[in-house]
Design a protein around this ligand. Structure first.
Ligand SMILES: NC(=O)C1=CN([C@@H]2O[C@H](COP(=O)(O)OP(=O)(O)OC[C@H]3O[C@@H](n4cnc5c(N)ncnc54)[C@H](O)[C@@H]3O)[C@@H](O)[C@H]2O)C=CC1
Ligand SMILES: O=P(O)(O)OC[C@H]1O[C@](O)(CO)[C@@H](O)[C@@H]1O
Length: 399
């Protein structure tokens, strides 16, 4: 039976927002106020009293029903949203790492209006649920930016808000446009949150969260296994004209590329975090099975979306490859995946793939590596990335 009275404001009423975060908040007794910029979606949410979350997998299908939510357009109804944040218990988001700076100002205004807890009001618990290392820290730094908050009150900000990083893992593919608000997703989920920022003010009771003291190994293991593997399959699949990730993994050569890339990240994770090698091997096999779920119909273009973000310094390919290279570990398969990512250009509906294409045609290989991957000439991986970029540029000139 759901407990009443708690409120969460969730930015981003998309796939992971409706299908995962809001679902868990609802099941834990929260009223969920969605904040989004998509007017049609807002109207649909406010006109639909419930939606279904449908879990699919080889074990069969199961459903749950989500109720007790509302939606606010953060572009047109800022004052209303500020008040919701002032009176909320939790703020979460799943908008994409590049959008965090845009949602920060309204959150900052809501926090500035709160009472200085914990006696008067418990500080707001803020958790960003994005595929990025330290996404909540990034959001917090935008919120605390003097342009967004009251600089005079920064030294008491921690009395009004606390920030915890998280790792979130669940495959939620693009949804059938005729499905309304319903979300179809995989059964598996993992949501790990750093509990240390909340310990003295109370950890929110959200069923399903694994609260930990040290998030770093969890987020790196997740990003460098699930996301590296998934994106490797997607980019190789895209370049070999496969439709879905499942289709890509039926190709033995692509499967070998995925296994190769994940073996390279496994070597790094084992050496860096002391993760047991057999446990990591088992995790890797489980991930390969998950990303190959035939029931998800997950298009390679969705999984490959935003290639510039995915080629950046702290992300799923360049992050582990740069670190492995510094430690003289093999990175052959990661470089293959990076090459396939550089070839993901001019994809319909993906602005970053168009931007990538322009960057590739207007810059030297050295400048591309610096601009896109954030890698310096002094780093061991640098000449190998330059070689990859040069090969992709040469091939495009021949086309
Ligand atoms: N779909 C998945 O399988 C998973 C996604 N994630 C992460 O979750 C985040 C969101 O991914 P999805 O839900 O798949 O994307 P999505 O595109 O389905 O949802 C994003 C939502 O954010 C909204 N939005 C955009 N700008 C906004 C703004 N300024 N203010 C408020 N809302 C705004 C969009 O209108 C959209 O409804 C990404 O960081 C992704 O990496 C993490 C784990 C799994
Ligand atoms: O925007 P991104 O980083 O591709 O995030 C979505 C990805 O997150 C994952 O669900 C993993 O949790 C991938 O399966 C999915 O493609």
């Amino acid at each position: 039976m759901a407990k009443m009275g708690k409120k969460a404001v969730h930015f981003g009423a998309g796939n992971i927002g409706r299908g995962f975060v809001a679902c868990f908040l609802h099941n834990s007794g929260y009223e969920v106020v969605f904040a989004d910029v998509n007017g049609d979606l807002i109207d649909k949410i406010n006109a639909t009293p419930s939606y279904r979350v449908i879990e699919v997998g080889s074990e069969g299908t199961s459903e749950s029903t989500i109720t007790n939510y509302r939606a606010i357009n953060s572009r047109t109804h800022e004052e209303e949203l500020v008040e919701e944040i002032r009176t909320a218990d939790v703020v979460t988001c799943s908008v994409g790492p590049n959008i965090l700076k845009f949602i920060a100002p309204v959150i900052a205004k809501g926090i500035d209006r709160r009472a200085d807890g914990p006696d008067e009001q418990t500080p707001l618990h803020v958790i960003a649920c994005e595929n990025a290392i330290g996404a909540t820290d990034t959001l917090a730094s935008h919120i605390k930016d003097a342009r967004n908050t009251d600089p005079a009150r920064l030294d008491t900000h921690h009395l009004r808000a606390r920030y915890a990083n998280s790792a979130i893992d669940r495959i939620v593919p693009a949804q059938d446009p005729n499905a309304g608000l319903d979300v179809t997703l995989e059964k598996f989920f993992e949501w790990v949150v750093d509990k240390t920022p909340f310990e003295d003010v109370g950890i929110p009771s959200i069923e399903g969260i694994n609260w930990v003291n040290n998030l770093a190994p969890f987020i790196e293991r997740k990003l460098y296994t699930v996301n590296t593997g998934h994106a490797t399959a997607a980019y190789h699949g895209y370049n070999r004209r496969k439709r879905t990730v499942f289709d890509a993994l039926q190709d033995k050569q692509i499967m070998a590329e995925v296994r190769g890339a994940l073996t390279e990240t496994k070597n790094l994770l084992v050496a860096k975090h002391g993760i047991d090698e057999d446990a990591q091997e088992a995790y890797m096999n489980k991930i390969i099975k998950r990303i190959g779920n035939p029931h998800l119909e997950d298009a390679v273009e969705r999984v490959g979306r935003a290639p510039l973000r995915k080629l950046s310094r702290k992300e799923r390919f360049v992050g582990p490859a740069a670190e492995a290279a510094e430690n003289d570990m093999p990175i052959h398969f990661l470089l293959d995946a990076i090459e396939m990512t550089f070839r993901f250009q001019d994809v319909e509906g993906d602005d970053e793939s168009k931007e990538l294409s322009a960057i590739m045609s207007e810059n030297t290989p050295e400048d591309v590596v610096a601009k896109v991957c954030g890698i310096q000439a002094t780093e061991k991986i640098y000449p190998r990335l330059v070689e990859v970029v040069k090969r992709v540029q040469d091939d495009s000139r021949e086309d």
